[in-house]
Structure formats: structure tokens, C-alpha cells
Design a protein around this ligand. Structure first.
Ligand SMILES: Nc1ncnc2c1ncn2[C@@H]1O[C@H](COP(=O)(O)OP(=O)(O)O)[C@@H](O)[C@H]1O
Ligand SMILES: [Mg+2]
Length: 399
């Protein structure tokens, strides 16, 4: 009997059966550590989640971080999660929900899409608690605890259990993510580094090309947008860190704006009180490449809504700034530019990390060295290029 059973199990040509993948729990741990190698990109993922939840304010607090084992709290006032969203969204890795619903209720273009942002917390600490309040369940909130250490032990991923509790509401709406047992200590310098990264994550101001037919040169106007503010606290209840970018932009000696219109022609204007330039007149950028006479100079980019906003400083001439700066403020700005100047690239509001800062992708410094008298370098010139990519087709690899 036994022998016969074994015999019937023996493989023979022509047999087939259905097989499926199973996943070992260690995958999360490894993905968390491999996908997010820098603390700043891990924190950025969590901030993006607050953005995608339509939050207006995010508070990031570091507690007891002088040594390992501290706590990081990311607290937003977004829409929160329902039980269904926790179970079928948060607890489901690589869910494609955001791919299918790319816009938020407020009309924001969602920043997260790959369904892996939450495992960035593994890089930061070994345990997380999520308390989430949504508008739908009026009377209570949910508290979910995940101990990532449990995922280190070999087992099928679905057998590792986490506790989801119903608790009293902690606020009208919003999610509080607490990361416990931080793996590293955080010096004030580390916190500032992450803060600078986050401060640059979202484009400071959005612009629009004005398509009014009757105006000769179309101007670029600031669009009225909903707010998204991230504040960093390196201890509880202290003043948040100041955002140097916002503070410095309106103190530049000159502001340069440029755009490419839908026919592929570029226009540029300079605004500077110091040099008596109003910035109202947009001049067509001439084409120096004669071979391209048949084409518009920026033919490849037509219809892409490319806008450049840049700011120009002169570091060693405090007298240029009259009353707008103190000497230490100017020094702080020049230090910022030295470290993180140049032109950054933003796509649909979010920064593409490898453009600007250390990467001089526009070769501004090369030109500065090559042409005598070219007054720009990444040490005195900063700003950003705004790309609008409604169809979500360009640079998607980098986000
Ligand atoms: N702060 C938050 N507020 C509301 N929902 C959140 C928050 N953080 C995460 N979520 C939910 O968890 C899901 C998984 O997040 P994540 O791993 O970053 O992947 P993705 O953002 O690509 O969907 C999100 O789709 C969202 O439903
Ligand atoms: Mg995300």
C-alpha cells in the first residue's frame, strides 16, 4: 500500500501542477535595509506618505537621540487610515493602490507609488507604532504595533503577527508614526542634514505659464496652492529648525526666471532691485546653433512646461545687500550655497535627488571656469527647474 502511494507520487514526463511563490519574512528586513541606505531618504518616504494623505502640517520630533535607542515621531494632520486601509493598504506590501488612484482628494499628485515607503522605517529603528485617526470612524482610532525584529526570524511572512488595537481618538484626523529603538544616535548636525534634505524635497513655490493671448510676453505667475509644511524639532516643545531656503530666496541680488513655451521657444527675465531690472519683460532666448534653424531652439522640450527659477548672490560684498542681511546671515547663506547650491530639479513638486546640490548637472561650474567673466557658479547661484509631467512618464525611475 505504502509502496504504491509513493509510486503514484513519482514524477513522470507529462505531469504538471500549479506552484506559487511564498515569501520568507526576512525579505522585509533585507529590502528595508537595502532600498533605503540613507536616513534622509528613509525619512523622506514617511514625509511623502503624509503628503499623500493630504496633510497640511507634519511635525518631526527626535527624542533622546544623543545615544542609540532614541525615538523619532512623525505626526501629520492628514486623512488617516480606516481599518480597511490599514489591512489592505498598510499591511499589504507593494500594493498598487496609489498607482490606480494617482490623485489625492485635494488633487495632489501622490508622491508614493511603489508601495514600499513604510519599510523605510526598518532602517531607522526596530519597532514602530502607528496611531491613525480618520474622519470616517468618528469615535475611535487605531493603533498598530510592528516589531521588525520578529521579521528577522525565518518564517513565512504571513505567519508573523502584529497587534491592531482600537483606542480613543488622539485628534480629529491624522496619523502619528513613532519609530522606537532608533538604530543610530542623532547629533544635531545629523538632524540638520536630514532637515535640509526634507526642506528641499518639495518645491518651494509653484509657477505657471500664463497663456493669456492678449499679453505679448506671457508671464509666470505664482499659483495658489494648498500648503504642506514640515517642521523639525530636535527636542520636544522647542522651537522648530528654521528653513534657510525660504529665508534666503527673497534676499537674492537677482532673480532669474525662464520658461519654454509650447512651441519650443525659451524666454527669460531678470528681476533685481539692486540692478534696476523689473523682471516684467521676457526676452526670447536666441538660438546660437545655426543647424537647428528649422527647429525651435527647445524643440525637444516643447509642451513639457519647463520653468526655471534661480537666485543670484554675491558672497563677499555685504554692502550689496544693504539692510536685508546681517553678516552672519550672509555667511550662513554662502555656506548653504557651497554645500548645496546649483539648480535643483523638481518633477510634479517633488525633488529628483540627483540633480543640483553635489551634482552640477547643468555644468555651471565648468562654464564658469571656461569663460572668463562668466559670473555664475554653484556657489552663488541656486534655484530650481520645475517639470510638470501630467502623464507621469519622465524621470519616474528616480522618484
Ligand atoms: N501618514 C499616513 N497617513 C495615511 N496613510 C498612510 C500614511 N503612511 C502610510 N499610509 C498608508 O500606507 C500605505 C503604504 O505606504 P507606503 O509603504 O509608503 O507605500 P505607497 O506610499 O507607495 O503606497 C499607503 O498607500 C497609505 O495607504
Ligand atoms: Mg509612500
Amino acid at each position: 500500500m505504502v509502496a504504491e502511494k509513493n509510486k503514484s507520487k513519482k514524477n513522470k514526463i507529462g505531469d504538471s501542477e500549479k506552484v506559487s511563490f511564498t515569501v520568507d519574512s526576512g525579505i522585509l528586513y533585507r529590502l528595508g535595509l537595502e532600498l533605503f541606505q540613507r536616513a534622509e531618504s528613509a525619512v523622506a518616504e514617511l514625509i511623502k506618505n503624509a503628503y499623500d494623505a493630504d496633510a497640511n502640517d507634519v511635525k518631526v520630533t527626535f527624542l533622546d537621540v544623543d545615544e542609540k535607542g532614541g525615538t523619532l515621531i512623525i505626526d501629520d494632520d492628514g486623512e488617516g487610515m480606516t481599518k480597511d486601509q490599514i489591512i489592505n493598504g498598510f499591511m499589504r506590501i507593494a500594493s498598487t493602490e496609489k498607482l490606480h488612484n494617482p490623485k489625492t482628494t485635494k488633487g495632489r499628485k501622490k508622491a508614493g507609488k511603489k508601495g514600499i515607503g513604510r519599510i523605510a522605517t526598518i532602517l531607522l529603528g526596530s519597532k514602530i507604532t502607528i496611531v491613525t485617526n480618520n474622519n470616517i470612524e468618528e469615535d475611535f482610532a487605531y493603533k498598530l504595533e510592528i516589531d521588525w525584529n520578529k521579521y528577522k526570524i525565518d518564517s513565512k511572512i504571513s505567519t508573523v503577527e502584529n497587534t491592531l488595537e482600537i483606542i480613543e481618538k488622539t485628534k480629529p484626523k491624522g496619523t502619528t508614526l513613532t519609530i522606537h529603538h532608533l538604530r543610530e544616535s542623532w547629533s544635531e548636525k545629523d538632524i540638520r542634514r536630514v532637515y535640509r534634505y526634507i526642506a528641499d524635497l518639495l518645491q518651494p513655490t509653484l509657477y505657471e505659464i500664463n497663456h493669456r493671448k492678449y499679453s505679448k510676453k506671457r508671464l509666470i505667475e505664482v499659483k495658489d496652492t494648498d500648503t504642506f509644511e514640515v517642521r523639525f524639532y530636535d527636542r520636544e516643545n522647542e522651537e522648530p529648525l528654521a528653513d534657510i531656503n525660504i529665508m534666503m530666496y527673497d534676499k537674492a541680488l537677482a532673480k532669474i526666471t525662464a520658461y519654454i513655451d509650447e512651441d519650443g521657444y525659451g524666454y527669460c527675465s531678470i528681476n533685481s532691485d539692486k540692478f534696476g531690472l523689473s523682471g516684467k519683460e521676457f526676452l526670447k532666448i536666441s538660438d546660437t546653433d545655426k543647424d537647428r534653424e528649422k527647429h525651435a531652439p527647445f524643440d525637444d522640450l516643447k509642451g513639457t512646461n519647463v520653468i526655471l527659477i534661480a537666485y543670484y548672490f554675491i558672497g563677499n560684498r555685504i554692502e550689496y545687500y544693504q539692510d536685508s542681511f546681517t553678516n552672519p546671515e550672509l555667511t550662513a547663506i554662502m555656506n548653504y550655497l557651497k554645500r548645496d547650491g546649483g539648480v535643483k530639479l523638481y518633477r510634479n513638486r517633488f525633488r529628483l535627488p540627483n540633480y543640483g546640490g553635489n551634482n552640477d548637472w547643468l555644468s555651471i561650474n565648468k562654464k564658469s571656469r571656461a569663460f572668463d567673466g562668466f559670473p555664475f557658479s554653484t556657489k552663488n547661484f541656486t534655484g530650481y527647474v520645475q517639470l510638470t509631467d501630467q502623464k507621469d512618464v519622465i524621470f519616474t525611475k528616480f522618484t
